[in-house]
Ligand binder design. Structure first.
Ligand SMILES: Nc1ncnc2c1ncn2[C@@H]1O[C@H](COP(=O)(O)OP(=O)(O)O)[C@@H](O)[C@H]1O
Ligand SMILES: [Mg+2]
Length: 311
């Protein structure tokens, strides 16, 4: 991975009427990474993507894609970006190969290059055997894969995929995600939008979580764990028999304990690290009997839930 940026936004904002649907967005995507743009339906993902592509104008703020300003130089951006919209459309009566030929032609690819490139992209998405089938007979998963092939025909530096897994069954999702995961090695940067974090997190190096037009959190998956859980990254649940008075105060003094909630004989302790041994020592020192202890480390999925619950 390099430090060069494929996408950079500064206070990017879009209004529809009086409603601000994208609100001062700042995020960046590094070259050769898979970036997940995540958020529930209506969060502003598609609107953001349209601004990245120069297909709709921001009210204020700026977006750059590699060396170009998307708003001022949309054609230059279009040349280096492959875009798979939420709804992919093909000519139903044409075969996969014929559809790709049509796209190649639209993108001014030299006819001498076209057939070789079509074979290459069909192979890449696993549709070589279906190349002469009319797309009317394609399943949703096959159409999504053909959509990806279509995006690759022009050999983009960046691909933007808007909810590419929606409507696919689990095996279709896995197949598509495997293709996506392999792109950085081919020198292709990916921005992948999804409202299902759990599905896509395994292929993303970085994510940005969008809620009501605002980026609530952004960064590498490793950093996010630390930052998002500033209020406690681990939850340790302790059950004791007949706890003595003062146990809560003793545990509170352990370094790294952020919060304790007591509910009868059960204590729920939020901590910044795995403090099970310190906590069990405190329980024993208090002469209370430890019945059981459970530890739960927050995953990115919990972080996502936390943000969507609060926003
Ligand atoms: N062309 C439009 N005119 C008016 N409102 C729009 C338009 N496009 C999107 N919106 C609104 O903007 C918000 C963000 O939409 P969108 O970017 O499509 O979200 P997402 O892709 O995350 O589901 C939604 O409230 C949606 O209703
Ligand atoms: Mg959308």
């Amino acid at each position: 991975m390099t430090d060069k940026l494929a996408i950079e936004t500064k206070d990017l904002t879009k209004n529809y009427g009086k409603v601000t649907v994208v609100d001062r967005l700042n995020f960046h995507v590094k070259e050769n990474e898979v970036f997940g743009l995540l958020g529930p339906n209506g969060a502003g993902k598609t609107t953001t993507i349209l601004m990245l592509l120069g297909l709709t104008e921001p009210a204020s703020g700026m977006v750059r894609v590699f060396d170009f300003n998307s708003t001022r130089e949309p054609l230059k951006v279009k040349r280096i970006v492959g875009y798979l919209p939420e709804e992919v459309g093909f000519y139903d009566n044409l075969t996969a190969r014929e559809n790709l030929r049509f796209i190649a032609d639209l993108n001014n690819i030299a006819p001498s290059e076209t057939e070789r490139r079509i074979d290459e992209v069909l192979e890449m998405v696993g549709l070589t055997e279906e190349r002469d089938m009319v797309t009317r007979k394609f399943s949703r998963g096959m159409k999504q894969r053909l959509g990806i092939a279509d995006v690759f025909i022009k050999q983009p530096k960046l691909v933007i995929l808007d909810e590419p897994t929606s409507g696919l069954d689990p095996s279709g999702i896995n197949h598509l995600l495997d293709i996506i995961a392999g792109l950085p090695k081919m020198g292709i940067t990916v921005l992948l939008s999804s409202h299902q974090l759990y599905q896509v997190q395994r292929v993303c190096q970085s994510v940005g979580i969008l809620s009501k037009g605002k980026m609530v959190i952004e960064g590498s998956i490793d950093e996010l764990g630390r930052e998002a859980m500033a209020g406690g990254r681990f939850m340790i649940e302790v059950e004791t028999a007949e706890p003595k008075a003062g146990l809560v105060d003793i545990i509170k003094k352990i370094e790294g304990v952020e919060k304790i909630e007591a509910d009868g004989t059960i204590l729920k302790i939020s901590t910044d690290s795995d403090l099970r041994s310190q906590i069990s020592k405190a329980v024993v020192d208090n002469d209370a009997l430890l019945v059981q202890m459970k530890v739960h480390e927050f995953s990115l999925d919990d972080i996502y839930m936390k943000y969507f619950k609060e926003n």
